[in-house]
Ligand binder design. Structure first.
Ligand code: SAM
Length: 229
């Protein structure tokens, strides 16, 4: 696969240009030159093989040669909701959710949450999604949604029928793959009894993931993997 670069604009066959950090990455990090090939994507589900025609300090010119639609998405929509783990673990989480094909991520605010995303944090997470998509070949970006309180999130009207909350002591492993699903994980201190009860009342299944206590990001990845495959 050619090196992949993200552009935040419409793409079609013909001339286009790359600016900003992606142009820097192409020219300085990947050291591509006129005549080399690159693959562009903008999150519209397609990818655009292109040939480089000029490389400047802040701008790269390319000719898009074709528009392709390889199938790399899951056949279902998966939404993962979890409190942001601390530091680099939040980056790890969104990168791996992107690789697994998850559709969207909702940073949860729970009674025992310790991390409340500051302004700019969600943009940073979306940037990690783009980097992971460049690497794994996804042409549809995982959407990082605004942070939301558990009490309002779990009652959202448009959630799919399959809604699963991970909680130690819930029902043992249950099949959840092959259909649209909302998957929720609690904070380091766990969901409170009231939060679990509220979820049950509005139709969430409560699932145990085994006898060991997993970190937030591990539990989210286990749920996403079970639901994806
Ligand atoms: N002491 C907390 C408790 O008992 O809930 C542990 C919280 S754990 C670090 C963070 C989150 O990961 C939990 O709220 C839950 O959603 C999920 N989790 C971790 N291990 C789990 C397990 N074995 N079964 C189900 N969910 C688990």
């Amino acid at each position: 696969m050619s090196d992949r670069f993200y552009v935040n604009c419409a793409l079609s066959v013909g001339d286009t240009e790359l600016t900003g950090p992606e142009a820097h990455h192409l020219a300085t990090v990947c050291r591509l030159r006129p005549g080399d090939h690159a693959c562009l994507f903008n999150g519209d589900g397609r990818e655009y093989p292109a040939q480089i025609t000029a490389v400047g300090r802040h701008r790269v010119n390319l000719v898009v040669q074709e528009s392709l639609a390889p199938q790399r998405e899951l056949g279902t929509h998966l939404q993962v909701a979890a409190p942001l783990p601390k530091g680099d673990r939040a980056q790890f989480l969104v990168e791996k959710l992107t690789e697994l094909g998850v559709t969207s991520f909702v940073p949860l605010l729970c009674a025992r949450s310790v991390v409340h995303p500051r302004e700019g944090k969600l943009d940073k997470l979306q940037r990690y999604v783009i980097e992971a998509s460049k690497q794994c070949g996804r042409n549809v970006l995982l959407q990082v949604e605004p942070a939301e309180e558990w009490a309002s999130y779990c009652r959202r009207g448009e959630l799919p029928t399959i809604r699963v909350l991970a909680h130690p002591g819930g029902a043992s492993h249950d099949r959840i793959g092959g259909t649209d699903a909302a998957l929720a994980v609690g904070p380091e201190g766990g969901f409170s009894d009231e939060e679990v009860e509220l979820a049950r009342q509005v139709g969430w299944r409560v699932m145990d993931l085994g006898p060991r206590i997993l970190r937030v990001e591990t539990a989210a990845l286990v749920l996403a993997t079970l639901a994806a495959y």
